[in-house]
Design a protein around this ligand. Structure first.
Ligand code: FUB
Length: 459
């Protein structure tokens, strides 16, 4: 009979393989995120999210967050591009916004509670998709007094930009070319919420259609889409289409049903076509500590039906497959993460976003890393530490998969004193998921991790 000792390595290896194939939804694990709003710029996807503070009830949302990716699985934390503190006229509530690029400037439309006024939509502007954004006006862009939340923005092929928003009403304005004012001759238009346009809701006189909130407006081919949170809480995702940007709308059905396990009482769509693939972003409450007020952004790939209609999209634990490989020979921010356990991110004024709160046994997974046929000969990590004896193991395809490098992390003189450490590498060829497994000598906060890269073998 084989001893337990001899079967253990095989068991560990099997578990490691299962781990590598495991789930990557929710796509952000370092904090609770909500209300996803994807945007393409510079060939990348930028994902703007709300930020649910931990243990909130009701919502506690003070700032927005930004992430970027080129492969739809590894998300780089770009930090917080905007906060309610950036608006002098705002009291609280960094709710669901959306950003868009026009003439190399980025405009971020966000709903917030204005002092003495209630929910209003403001607009912030930046030269970079990752911010910092600045209040463009010093006052709300739109305020009707009737549920001015959840702005969605789109620039049509003829250059006309539209901003839709609202709960329980749906409003729009035609934005001027400056993107921070709107056509006063048209004014604020209230969309007729008809049964034909937005479906029928039973038993609610005040909300007779399925439209609730969270509109996501865009054009695909000749069809305009209004995807929205539907039915009242718990919310489904549904959609309507139109031949024109201003309706009339035709209700087309439910995309993501409500009351599925782990979905939160709200939901919020973000829809994107990128590199020939179609994606639906939404949120659930599936992270540890999750709740209806501590939500997490998730992602599914889907295919439109040939007539442009949506299929039913169900939440998965897996999320989408990678659509590209990560180049390990370019410097990569440590805050580029497909999945992690235990770590957090913070932003330094000089270095940007780094990984912190590293405890013994925590790990980061980076997916689909292409080492090429020659493979890697060394690994460099920029780290900062106040302790001696910490290290970082680099494994392939699982936390207990093949160990290709061990990086010693010395006392660098401070948790903000960065030092590039080097380790030799063996056995890294071809495409693999890479796992950085942290070994802390001091338990909590053993060291900080800023960036990494591999060096290629010469033969
Ligand atoms: O995140 C706060 C609010 O919850 C959003 O504005 C709504 O869309 C809902 O997700």
């Amino acid at each position: 009979m084989k001893s337990m000792k001899s079967t253990l390595p095989a068991l560990v290896a099997t578990l490691a393989i299962i781990q590598a194939a495991a789930a990557d939804n929710p796509i952000i694990q370092t904090r609770h995120t909500a209300d996803p709003a994807p945007m393409i710029a510079n060939g990348k996807v930028y994902l703007y999210t709300g930020h649910d503070e931990d243990n909130a009830n009701p919502f506690v949302m003070k700032d927005w967050q930004c992430y970027s990716t080129k492969d739809m699985v590894n998300w780089t934390d770009e930090g917080s591009p905007l906060s309610v503190k950036d608006f002098s006229w705002v009291q609280s509530d960094a709710w669901a916004g959306q950003a868009i690029e026009r003439n190399r400037k980025f405009y971020y439309y966000v709903p917030m509670t204005a002092k003495g006024l209630g929910m209003s939509v403001g607009v912030a502007v930046s030269d970079s998709p990752t911010g910092p954004f600045h209040d463009a006006l010093g006052h709300p862009l739109v305020h009707t007094g009737v549920g001015d939340i959840d702005p969605t923005v789109y620039i049509d092929n003829d250059g006309q930009a539209y901003l839709y928003w609202g709960n329980p009403q749906l409003f729009y304005v035609k934005l001027n070319k400056d993107m921070v004012s709107y056509d006063q001759s048209v004014g604020i238009v209230k969309v007729p919420l008809t049964e034909e346009g937005f479906g029928k809701r039973e038993g609610n006189k005040d909300r007779a259609t399925l439209y609730e909130e969270g509109p996501w407006f865009y054009r695909r081919g000749s069809l305009y889409y209004m995807v929205f949170a539907a039915t009242g809480v718990p919310e489904a995702l549904a959609y309507s289409t139109s031949a024109s940007p201003t309706g009339p709308w035709i209700y087309r059905g439910i995309i993501m049903p409500k009351s599925l396990p782990k979905l939160s009482f709200t939901n919020h769509p973000g829809v994107l076509d990128y590199k020939g693939h179609s994606y639906l972003f939404y949120h659930n409450e599936d992270l540890p500590g999750g709740s209806g007020f501590d939500r997490s952004v998730c992602l599914e790939e889907f295919k439109y039906n040939p007539d442009g209609s949506f299929p039913t999209i169900l939440p998965t634990k897996e999320g989408p497959a990678p659509i590209g490989h990560l180049n390990p020979y370019e410097s990569t921010k440590a805050a580029t993460i497909a999945w992690e356990t235990g770590v957090q991110t913070e932003t330094s004024a000089t270095e940007g976003v780094y990984v912190t709160d590293i405890n013994d046994g925590d790990y980061i997974k980076v997916r689909s890393v292409d080492f090429g046929s020659r493979g890697a000969k060394s690994f460099e990590g920029s780290v900062a530490s106040l302790a001696v004896g910490s290290s970082m193991e680099v494994h392939l395809d699982g936390i207990a998969g093949p160990l290709i490098a061990t990086l010693a992390v010395p006392d660098t003189g401070g948790l903000d004193r960065w030092k590039v450490q080097t380790a030799s590498v063996s056995g890294a060829k071809g495409v693999h998921d890479v796992f950085f497994v942290f070994k802390g000598s001091q338990g909590e906060k053993s060291f900080n991790f800023l960036s990494w890269k591999f060096r290629k073998s010469s033969r």
